[in-house]
Design a protein around this ligand. Structure first.
Ligand code: HSE
Length: 336
């Protein structure tokens, strides 16, 4: 029986709790995965715990009603969970690309305490992936991050498991759902601000959406692609980055009149012994495989030695979609 502690009960954390509540029985039957959520820590909604397991239905009802979680368990903090009350910490606080906090601190403390960590938080990955992986190894636990790329669409699993044995030569694609959604809506005639607000309402955008529209989110994902797929320890400042804020409706219309479509493309490739990573708005011909990827959908094309090109297309953001990434990491822990 896995004891799960959740840090951060926003869009993503609630997405996971919804899946866990809805699929409790089938997860047990199909995967032998049994669990209790012993605690939820969230600075805004409240922090509650129960050693026997919280009532997820009551938690979800309170969250839907935008009510505080206080009273649904005893008042707790992260330390309470790390004193033997969690085997795995799910870290889903908002991404902070500047210093990684508070997520980076939570993850360090959880790994130090010998808990597995599954997380969708891109700040700690961008700033400290090698350190956190080494810490996890030294404690005999895992730090799993499927959700940092393409939400629940299995981009990391694909490379590490399904493509095992292939050399990956380059990877390129659409890795930010918010900007792809905005570009699609602008092509349909919507105004930039309205499209951004819509992306925020749908739970695609970062808490600070500047990270999306200025290309930082995509740059961090390119950094992860370089690290995880090509084994090259780049930092985010190594990524040559441009966002979409300078694009005007007229630019999008002009591309359309040339039979092309603008997409924000992230690419990592080996060139002359070094790895180059870029994020650039790019005009693609309409028959290009990435040109038809619209809305918050993401796609990655892996160029490999044994298979040539392999492309994966699927959701890149969203509550349940990112909750699925956390679930798949929990199931991987259960399998191993
Ligand atoms: N803000 C991100 C996006 C969320 O729009 O892709 C998923 O990482």
């Amino acid at each position: 029986m896995w004891k799960i502690g959740l840090i951060g009960c926003g869009n993503v954390g609630l997405g996971l709790l919804r899946i866990l509540e809805a699929k409790k029985e089938s997860l047990r039957e199909r995967y032998g995965f049994t669990f209790t959520v012993t605690g939820v820590v969230d600075p805004f909604r409240g922090s509650v715990g129960n050693e026997e397991g919280l009532d997820l239905k009551a938690l979800l009802e309170a969250a839907d009603a935008k009510a505080s979680l206080d009273g649904l368990g005893e008042a707790i903090d992260l330390d309470w969970l790390l004193q033997g009350r969690a085997d795995v910490i799910v870290e889903a606080t908002p991404t902070n690309l500047h210093d990684g906090m508070p997520g980076l601190g939570h993850i360090r403390r959880a790994l130090e305490a010998g808990c597995h960590v599954v997380s969708t938080n891109k700040g700690p990955v961008s700033l400290a992936l090698p350190e956190l992986e080494a810490l996890a190894r030294s404690k005999g636990v895992q730090y799993r991050i499927e959700g940092v790329l393409l939400s629940g669409t299995p981009a990391i699993n694909l490379a590490q498991e399904a493509l095992a044995g292939c050399d990956i030569l380059s990877v390129q694609g659409i890795v930010n759902g918010t900007t792809n959604f905005i570009l699609t809506r602008m092509e349909e005639g919507a105004d930039y601000q309205a499209a951004l607000s819509e992306a925020q309402e749908l739970g695609y955008a970062e808490t600070d959406p500047t990270a999306d529209v200025e290309g930082w989110d995509a740059a961090v994902k390119a950094q992860v692609m370089a690290n995880v797929f090509l084994g090259e320890a780049l930092t985010v400042s190594d990524v040559d980055r441009q966002g979409i804020t300078h694009l005007k409706p007229a630019d999008i219309e002009a591309a359309r009149s040339r039979g092309r479509r603008v997409k924000l493309i992230a690419k990592v490739e080996r060139s002359g012994g070094a790895v180059r990573a870029t994020v650039t708005p790019t005009e693609l011909p309409l028959d290009h495989p990435l040109a038809g990827v619209s809305g918050a959908v993401n796609a990655l094309t892996y160029e490999t030695d044994h298979l040539g090109e392999v492309t994966i297309i699927g959701p890149g953001a969203g509550r349940v979609e990112t909750g699925q990434a956390l679930l798949v990491d929990l199931l991987a822990l259960n399998r191993h």
